[in-house]
Design a protein around this ligand. Structure first.
Ligand code: HAM
Length: 433
């Protein structure tokens, strides 16, 4: 029989990698809480229209990368796996009447996203994002607060030299005229444009600036800049975002070509890159303002801003820098015994320790005591609890494997004794080393 493999573009996160991922998720949850973001989860799939309308029909994410689920006749609905969380969160904001909550509503979600992309290093068909959204605040202060939060996440995760690229892509007042000037600029070159870009010239010309095709680089460099075409309100907002970032000590680089790959953005747009990796389509994270999205999905006009940080790419960056190693949690105690056959007793004592909140493993095999102790050391356990004849008198031997000491302890005191000794030591709990 052919062997089964994980689908192309997906991967198994084996314990060492999953421990590193969980560490990132913990840092994300902790930071989000510190900044006042409340956790939310939305379904992994939604009506496809949520993404088509929210993210935009003429985007890579919807045109090429949407994982559409085969329709089930009894439902007659077209569904798709979520390629990103923002549209689903905004759908939930509207559905649950969150516009009546105190504004802005700050929400955070960390979880898997799905894009039918061409798999390569750092580009997967299932990947994880740390996402935050602040819905109901027109900014500009919240824009800067959010960018600073993103930068702090990389810092706490241990990714060095992360750079913020910043742009404003205008709004409904100034972007239409800019788009016309962009069309006018590209049209004379239409015949020489790659086919995909030629199609986009009329449908969504902003996307041309975002092109991954090297043939577009020179043309894009000389294209009219959105930042030269901002209306007064957008210009004022953009200036204020920069002033707030400066006040927070967040350094950033203005990048007039940064337009982002999703259609819902207005005004502030930003991306995070490892220094020297800009332009390689390897953003560590990105986000921006989406003042029209709530209305577009059927709610009252409500401004919003958020970001999504790619956790897989952060793991890669940590690995490349040689700082990605994590220590997997080790048992505090392993229960071993002189009688190899007495598995029930060992299991019973381990269960008592576990009930008291102590990470414990019982030796469930039937090997000799010496082998059991070797395995306990290999597990990096702090203690071995050794069961022998004295168990009949309610006593066990507690061996401190790190200190090399041993003493008799009453079974009734065992959990307390282990907890006390453990408190004076540190045990690996998935911490970075
Ligand atoms: P995005 O730029 O499409 O934005 O994705 C955010 C991040 O997810 C990227 O910077 C990248 O690190 C990671 N990412 C995207 N695609 C892949 C992939 N195929 N494999 C691995 N990592 C990937 C959004 O998704 C927006 N929802 C962000 C946002 C939130 N804007 C406002 N609120």
């Amino acid at each position: 029989m052919a062997t089964f493999r994980a689908p192309r573009g997906t991967r198994d996160l084996l314990p060492a990698e999953q421990t590193a991922m969980l560490r990132l998720e913990r840092i994300a949850a902790d930071l989000a809480t510190r900044y006042g973001y409340r956790p939310i989860e939305t379904p992994l799939f939604e009506q496809a229209a949520v993404f088509e309308r929210g993210v935009g029909e003429v985007t890579d994410v919807v045109e090429k990368e949407l994982f559409r689920l085969a329709p089930r006749t009894e439902d007659g609905e077209a569904w798709a796996l979520r390629p990103e969380p923002t549209a689903g969160i905004v759908r939930a904001y509207i559905q649950h009447g969150m516009q009546t909550w105190p504004q802005p509503v700050r929400l955070t979600l960390t979880g898997p996203m799905f894009r039918y992309d061409r798999p390569q290093a750092g580009r997967y068909r299932e990947f994880w994002q740390f996402d935050v959204e602040a819905i109901g605040d027109p900014g500009p202060a919240v824009d800067a607060e959010l960018v600073e939060l993103g930068a702090r996440f990389y810092d706490e995760a241990g990714v060095k030299d992360v750079k913020v690229l910043l742009n404003s892509i205008g709004d409904g007042a100034c972007r239409p005229a800019y788009i016309e000037s962009l069309k006018a600029y590209f049209r004379p070159h239409a015949a020489t444009l790659p086919e995909v870009e030629r199609e986009r010239l009329e449908k969504n010309p902003l996307r041309l600036l975002d092109s991954k095709d090297p043939a577009m680089a020179a043309l894009n460099a000389a294209a009219p800049r959105i930042t030269d075409a901002l209306c007064d309100a957008c210009r004022e907002h953009f200036d204020a975002v920069q002033a707030h970032l400066a006040a927070l000590g967040v350094s950033f680089r203005l990048e007039p070509g940064l337009v982002r790959g999703l259609d819902y953005y207005t005004r502030t747009a930003f991306e995070f890159y490892v220094e020297g990796r800009e332009g390689q389509q390897q953003a560590l994270g990105g986000g921006g303002r989406y003042d029209g999205l709530v209305e577009l999905l059927g709610g009252r006009p409500t401004p919003g801003i958020g970001f999504g940080l790619g956790l897989d790419r952060i793991l890669l960056a940590l690995e490349e820098a040689g700082t990605g190693q994590v220590t997997e949690p080790a048992p505090v105690a392993v229960v071993v015994g002189a009688d190899p056959a007495a598995t029930a007793e060992r299991l019973r004592i381990a269960t008592t320790l576990r009930a008291a909140g102590i990470a414990a493993r019982a030796e469930l095999g039937q090997r000799k005591l010496g082998k059991q102790l070797e395995a306990a050391s290999r597990d990096r356990a702090h203690f071995a609890v050794i069961l022998g004849d004295e168990l009949a008198d309610g006593q066990v031997q507690l061996r401190d494997l790190e200190a090399g000491t041993q003493k008799a302890v009453a079974v009734d005191d065992l959990a307390r004794e282990v907890a006390r000794a453990q408190a004076s030591h540190r045990h690996g709990a998935g911490t970075a080393t």
